[in-house]
Ligand binder design. Structure first.
Ligand code: ZN
Length: 135
């Protein structure tokens, strides 16, 4: 498997507008766009930082994955996403190595990316996302 770069860092927040004001106002980052991902029950906002991005994630449903995360652990870094050239090949390789996965098959995330999550138990506590983008 070839990891190309850190694609983004996912940060779970309670209030997207309030947090955007912090990232744009204090850090001077620029908002690249927002998107509701129905499948994940989140509203996301992307703020580019060099070649990577900060992905802010606010739950649209308390029972969704981000809603549950914030309820259990509070706001903060939720996942780390690595860009890979070929997600299907990466998942096949991880499966062959017996790595515990949340997603056996790719699904679609924000921005039309193909994504899959590894189980945090497989990585000593960090929820890792693999991400493949066309552009
Ligand atoms: Zn992500």
């Amino acid at each position: 498997m070839k990891v190309l770069k850190i694609d983004h860092v996912g940060v779970a927040v309670e209030n997207l507008e309030e947090t955007l004001a912090i990232y744009t106002g204090i850090l001077g980052l620029e908002l690249h766009g927002t998107e509701v991902v129905e499948d994940q029950r989140v509203k996301t906002a992307f703020l580019p930082v060099g070649e990577a991005e900060i992905e802010l994630l606010a739950s649209t449903d308390p029972e969704g994955p981000i809603g549950k995360f914030v309820a259990a652990k509070g706001q903060g870094v939720q996942h780390l996403a690595f860009r890979v050239a070929d997600l299907d090949a990466a998942l096949a390789e991880l499966k062959a190595k017996g790595v515990r996965l949340i997603d056996e098959k790719p699904r679609y995330g924000a921005g039309g990316a193909r994504i899959a999550f590894l189980h945090p138990k497989a990585t000593n506590g960090v929820l890792v996302e693999l991400c493949e983008r066309k552009a």
